[in-house]
Design a protein around this ligand. Structure first.
Ligand SMILES: *Cc1c(COP(=O)(O)O)cnc(C)c1O
Length: 376
C-alpha cells in the first residue's frame, strides 16, 4: 500500500517530465478533427485529469473497479444513498454520521427514498429491520463518536441474502486498516476531507464501486448534477494520499498512547478506543481491522460544563470539529453544531489524535484535566 499510494496516480508527466502531476485547471478541452474526444475530456464538470488520477488511486486502494470523486463527502454520500431509487428503503446504523441522517431526512425523503435505523452491530436486529423495499444497507466500520465496531462481512451477507446492496462509509477507518470491498461491500465512500486528504485544507469525497455496472450512471449523474471537485482540490487530495499509510499508522500509535494514558487518569470515567482491551468489541476489532484509527472518545467525571472547560483548556488539541488533520482536535460532542439529537451523555469528549509527539499530547491533556480534579 505504501508503494501504491506513491506510484498509483498519474506518474511522471510525459510532456514535461514533471515528477509531480501538473494541475490542469482548464474547464474545456479541444475536440478531435472528426469531432470526437479521444483524449478523454470535453468539459471539466464531467471530469478532468486531476480528478481521474485521484479516482484511480482511491479505487485501487479500496480494491474497487472504479470510483467517482465529488466536491465533498456529503455529495458522495448523497450519490450512494440515491442508488436506493424512488420507493426504495435504506437501512442505516442508529448511530450513523449525522450528516447522513440529515440527507435522508431533509433531501432524499423528497425523492421518495425512505429509511430506518437499527443497531448495525446486532445481526438479528438487522435481519428483522429489513423491509421488502430495502435496497441499500449502510454501514460504518467504526461509528461516531462511540467507536462501535461493525462486522462489514456479516452486514454485506445479510444485505445480499435480501437482494439489497451494501454501502460502507469508510471515512473513520480508511483502506489502510480495512477494505470493505474485500468483505463483500458493493460501495465504499469517503469524506476525503478527513484522512484521505489529511491536512484539513480541502473538501472532497470519493465513491468507489466494487463492480463497474453502476459506474457510468454515477458519472453521468455527477456531470449533470455538477457536484464536481475542483482540479486543485483533487490535486491536494492526491498529494495527501501519498502519505496516507504513514500518517494512519502514526495517528493510530499516538491514539493508543493517549487512550492508555486517559484510562488510568483519575478524572476519567471511561475511554472508548477499539485498540484497548476495555473496548466492548476489542476482539472483533482485532479480527476485522489491521489498526484502530486515530479517534477516541471519553467521559470525564463531571457534567457538560466541566467537559466544555477541558476542551477550552487544551493547547495542542484545538477545540474544533472534524478529524483527520495533523493537528490534534478536541470536541465536546453534545454541544457541537454537527451533533444530532443522540442519546449521548453530555460529558463526552472526542479526540482526533494528530501527528504531534504523543508525550506532548499527553502532557497537554494532563494539564487540561486539572480542571476536573480541581488541581486548577
Ligand atoms: C465528515 C463526514 C462525512 C461528510 O463529509 P464532508 O466532506 O464534510 O461533506 C461523511 N461521513 C463521515 C463518516 C464523515 O465523518
Amino acid at each position: 500500500m505504501e508503494t501504491l499510494v506513491v506510484h498509483g496516480g498519474a506518474g511522471v508527466d510525459p510532456q514535461t517530465g514533471a515528477v509531480v502531476e501538473p494541475i490542469i485547471m482548464s474547464t474545456t478541452f479541444e475536440r478531435d478533427p472528426d469531432g470526437g474526444h479521444s483524449r478523454g475530456y470535453f468539459y471539466s464538470k464531467a471530469g478532468n485529469p486531476n480528478q481521474s488520477s485521484l479516482e484511480r488511486t482511491v479505487a485501487t486502494l479500496e480494491r474497487g473497479a472504479g470510483g467517482v470523486a465529488y466536491a465533498s463527502g456529503s455529495a458522495a454520500v448523497l450519490a450512494a444513498l440515491s442508488i436506493a431509487g424512488q420507493g426504495g428503503h435504506v437501512l442505516v446504523p442508529d448511530d450513523v454520521f449525522q450528516g447522513t441522517i440529515r440527507l435522508l431526512r431533509l433531501s432524499l425523503s423528497r425523492w421518495g427514498i425512505r429509511f430506518s435505523t437499527v443497531d448495525m452491530t446486532d445481526s438479528a436486529a438487522v435481519r428483522t429491520a429489513l423491509e421488502p423495499d430495502t435496497r441499500l444497507v449502510w454501514a460504518e466500520g467504526l461509528s461516531n463518536p462511540l467507536l462501535k465496531v461493525t462486522d462489514i462481512a456479516q452486514v454485506a451477507e445479510i444485505a445480499h441474502e435480501h437482494g439489497a446492496l451494501c454501502a460502507v462509509d469508510n471515512t473513520f477507518v480508511t483502506p489502510v486498516f480495512q477494505q470493505p470491498v474485500r468483505a463483500g461491500a458493493d460501495f465504499v465512500l469517503h469524506s476525503a476531507t478527513k484522512y484521505l486528504a489529511g491536512h484539513a485544507d480541502v473538501l472532497a469525497g470519493v465513491l468507489v464501486v466494487a463492480e463497474t455496472s453502476l459506474l457510468d450512471q454515477l458519472r453521468t449523474l455527477q456531470w449533470i448534477e455538477g457536484a464536481t471537485p475542483s482540479p486543485f482540490d483533487c490535486w491536494l487530495t492526491a498529494r495527501g494520499l501519498k502519505t496516507l499509510p504513514v500518517r494512519m499508522h502514526a495517528h493510530a500509535d499516538h491514539a493508543a498512547e493517549v487512550a492508555a494514558f486517559l484510562e488510568q487518569h483519575p478524572a476519567i470515567d471511561w475511554v472508548r478506543y477499539p485498540g484497548r482491551p476495555s473496548h466492548p468489541q476489542h476482539e472483533l476489532a482485532k479480527e476485522v481491522m489491521s489498526g484502530f484509527g486515530g479517534i477516541l472518545s471519553f467521559t470525564i467525571r463531571g457534567g457538560a460544563d466541566i467537559a466544555t472547560r477541558v476542551a477550552a483548556r487544551t493547547r495542542y488539541f484545538v477545540n474544533a470539529t472534524s478529524f483527520g488533520a495533523p493537528e490534534s482536535l478536541i470536541q465536546h460532542v453534545a454541544s457541537a453544531p454537527t451533533h444530532g439529537s443522540g442519546h449521548l451523555p453530555d460529558n463526552v469528549l472526542r479526540l482526533s489524535v494528530g501527528l504531534e509527539h504523543p508525550d506532548d499530547l499527553i502532557a497537554d491533556l494532563d494539564q487540561a484535566l486539572d480542571v476536573v480534579t480541581q488541581r486548577a
